[in-house]
Each structure stands twice: as structure tokens, then as C-alpha cells.
Design a protein around this ligand. Sequence first.
Ligand code: IMP
Length: 427
Amino acid sequence: MPAIVLVGAQWGDEGKGKATDLLGSAVEYVVKFNGGNNAGHTVVIDGETYALHLLPSGILTPGVTPVIGNGVVIDLAVLFEEIDALEARGIDTSPLVISANAHVIASYHRVLDKVTERFLGKRKIGTTGRGIGPTYADKMNRLGVRVQDLFDEKILRQKVEGALELKNQILAKIYNRRAISVDEVSEELLRYADRVRPMVRDTSLLLAKALDDDQTVLLEAGQATLLDVDHGTYPFVTSSSATAGGACTGSGIPPTRVDRVVAILKAYTTRVGEGPFPTELHDDAGDFLREAGGEFGTTTGRPRRCGWLDAVIARYAVRINGVTDLVMTKLDVLTGLESIPVCVAYDVGGVRHDEMPMSQSDFHHATPVFEELPGWSEDISGCRRFEDLPKNAQGYVRAVEEMSGAPFSVIGVGPGREQTIVIRDLV
Ligand code: IMP
């Protein structure tokens, strides 16, 4: 039975939470396979808004087992804050399962994230400051602390000591910060050991058995294609693998078991943090998208940078992820525009690029080549079938489909769970 991968096609905040939620009732497992509490999903159910950062959005669907996979980095304080907040609102979080191999974010990771950004000055990445990059760096440096280490105090202390040895030198001598003690960190982490223990499993084995038993597994990416550490706009990316390939390494499910790859594409583009963004708008049109689309960060509250849809990026995301189904979100936000520009290629120093330029410098200097598509003024938030959409809204979807090279299966026409047009079922 199927493993389905769900990824963002742009720079994040495409509205994946809604798609996961839509799939939620048809799947048995929802797996978060990368990132940490740098993510932000807003899910609206029956008029109630839930903002999730670390927990997979499948946690809101009864009958689903939410899984935090080995590729995730976990801030345990945030984990339990989110669990407690959901429990207080009547959501049963007891089915949550966590990989023993997931890495843990400690206080020194958060401190290093912030001081490094400050130190970088003009070259800063604009991180969420949640310690994500330093935790993944430790993982790759083989200096990380994993969830399983919480259950052996001696080992935990050894690992924390190993991690702090060099970091304390850096904190004290370069950043002029106080050194962090092994005791302090061990206590910070051990505080959660008993509470987390019953949730911890060999999640790759669990998922393999689930697939053997004909159950459906949804692998949900945090962040998005252009924030992927390999395939994104490096170095202005997150530190994990947010594309479909990452779903396998971050969960232990092999590529041969993945049947479908669904990518979420917002009807326009947004980005938070620094880095190139060819279709970015600095005028009233950008303010219009930000206000109409409510484009303020779920995690940080930062206003998002806004711009028109970029079909070069959409096509790239379809190729890198092997997308079988596209989901367009927030089509309703474009209502009321007379015509809608879509970027179909880039101009780099007089040379036309129909695909993502190979070099970072070219991408930094790319100016969009726009094609204007006719807009619509009718309220589309009540449409439930594709044929209900105004002709020009249908035309917009079809044009973007043609440009990106994968079919749209779902169109979002409002924030509510029911404000969705399903052209082809995702499961
Ligand atoms: P980090 O993931 O906190 O290291 O931040 C690296 C970059 O990824 C920054 O530009 C962040 O703004 C961006 N980023 C991280 N998580 C998200 C997300 O969920 N949505 C959009 N951008 C994100």
C-alpha cells in the first residue's frame, strides 16, 4: 500500500497543513521527516485555528498515528508545550510516536544559532533562531545527542561533554558569551526523559510493518524545495533535506516504496528570511498579497516577502521531487486582480533562462520574464468543483499546470477545511 510524500514547491508556507489535513482521514500514519520547530502549519478545523510548529499536522486527525522521524531535530520543551496546548483543547495526542534516532536541540544550539547570525551581519541567513542549523551541523559532525541518549545518563553526559568541548571555547573566546556546563545541559534534557520514553520507537520498523500491512503512510516535509540544503537556494536554505529524497533518509522508508509525490504550490510566492527571490514585489501589489493572504510567519510572526507565481521554480520543484500531483493553495487571494503576472523564464544579463540557472550568482541576478494572465472578480471561496470556478481562474490553473509539467489534483479556495476543490483524490 502507498507511501505518499508531501512537499512544498516554493520557499515554504505554501499551506501544507491544509493538504495533510485533507489527506489525514484517508491515511493511517503521518510522518514528519525533516526540520524541527522552524516549521509552521496553520490548520483551521470547524473555525478553530491550530498553529503547529513541531508536531505533524496529522496529530489533529483522530485515528492517525503521527510520527516524528529520525530526520527531525526535536526541541523537547517545545514538543511538550505543543502537546500540553493541544491536550488542553481536547485533542488526544497519545498516539504520537518518536524515532529513537531523532536528534535533540539543546540550549547551546539555540544560543549558537542566534550569535552566529549576529556575527554574520550582512551575510546572515535570517534563520528562525530555533537552533536548527547548529543541531544538524552536530549531527553531521557526529557530535549530536539523540533521543535514545536520554535513557542512559552516563552516555548522555559523555555526549554533551563531547559536544560542548569546542563550543564552549567558541562561545567564550569568539562570541564573548558564558560557557555552558555539562550539568546544565544534561539536566535540561533529562527532565524530559520519563515523559518522552513511552513515545519512543524504532519508527522505520514500525512504518515498514505498516506498509506490509497495507496501511497508508504520508511523509510530510517541513520547509520546502527551495529551502532544501542540497537543492535549494544555498546558502539561504534550512539545514535539512526538504525534498522527496529526504523523505526516505528521514524516515527509513526506501524509495521503492514511495508511490506518489504531492507538491503544494501557492498561487503566488512568499519567502521569509534572506536570499534571492526573483518575483519579489516591493510595491502595493506585494502589500496586497501580504494582507489578502495573511502572509505573516506562524513561527516567528515575521511579515513574509511576497511576489507573483514563478513557473520556473514550479517546474524545478516538479523535476527535483518527481511530482505526481500538484495542489494549488490560496487561489482565492488572487481574486479581484485585473490581470495576473506569472514568471515564465528569467533574464540574466540579457540571456534567457527557461530553467533554474546553474549558478547562485546567476540566480541572484535573475529578473523575471512575465506573462500576463487574465484575472477574475467573482468570489470563489464557495466553489467546490473545478467547473464552478470563473473561466479565468480555471485558465490560471491550467496555464500553471502546463508551465510546471504536473497535473493539479486539488485547489484551495479558502482557509477552511471544506474550502477545497478536489479534481483527483490524493489517496
Ligand atoms: P532555519 O531553518 O531556522 O535554519 O532557517 C533557515 C531559512 O529557512 C530561513 O530563511 C528561514 O526563514 C527559512 N525557514 C525555515 N523554516 C521555514 C518554514 O517553515 N517556512 C518558511 N521558511 C522557513
